[in-house]
Design a protein around this ligand. Structure first.
Ligand SMILES: [Zn+2]
Length: 63
């Protein structure tokens, strides 16, 4: 058996898990990775800077 030591550049792999990409979910390997990537993007955009960070109401005693 011959093992290629050089990465196969002709074959695209999933950017998330490095599995061979699926034609249905290109450039990802599966629906899961596609969703994960999408969630990452949404997560980045969801952060609204300047939002007041309100501390949860609890016992805040001052001396
Ligand atoms: Zn993947």
């Amino acid at each position: 058996m011959s093992t290629a030591s050089t990465p196969d550049r002709t074959r695209a792999v999933c950017p998330l898990c490095r599995k061979p990409e699926s034609a249905d979910h290109a450039p990802f390997c599966s629906r899961g990775c596609k969703d994960r990537d999408l969630l990452n993007w949404l997560g980045e955009g969801y952060r609204v800077p300047g939002l007041p960070a309100e501390p949860a109401s609890g016992d805040f005693e001052e001396k």
